[in-house]
Design a protein around this ligand. Sequence first.
Ligand code: XMP
Ligand code: MG
Length: 183
Amino acid sequence: MRASDIQDDLTEVLVTEAEIHAKLDELADRIEADYVGEELLVVGVLRGAVMVMADLVRALDRHVEMDWMAVSSYGAGTKSSGVVKILKDLDTDISGRHVLIVEDIIDSGLTLDWLQRNLVGRGAASVEICALFRKPDAAKVEVDVRYVGFDIPNAFVVGYGLDYAEKYRNLRDVGVLAPHVYS
Ligand code: XMP
Ligand code: MG
């Protein structure tokens, strides 16, 4: 498959790379203002948040430390069940630390709700969330997300780190996956 064929698998582009970068600059300004004088540990959730992490931390004009977690939601099918398994844990002791979780997308909210509670339980000084995308119509639990990039419709989206069967993560824009791809 040629790279340009990837575009043909989208029914529409929802958010362009330029729009994402502009939004991350805005979020970075808010984060800088909110954490003045505090050390900050930014935790990326593998694998989807790789692109958001890379661009967000470079938009921050301050020191940050970075760490990573990988989690998977158990359950039948593709929907999150709320039962979360840690596949890769932090390498950092977060007790007393200000932690900012960086995630690609909030769907039901179950994964991040669990993750936030888990990190709070380790004695972090604070645990806030930055999610590039959120699907308000899919929410099953209210998650307190301090930094949200874009509210999007309840469709399956790919690109900018978001995958379908591990592909499309390298697409620069974010778009809706065409039904012909998965049917
Ligand atoms: P919950 O439902 O727990 O799930 O908020 C969040 C995780 O589900 C994945 N997810 C998606 N991945 N396109 C994707 O590529 C989507 O539209 C989508 N919606 C949810 C994602 O891994 C996220 O971390
Ligand atoms: Mg994810």
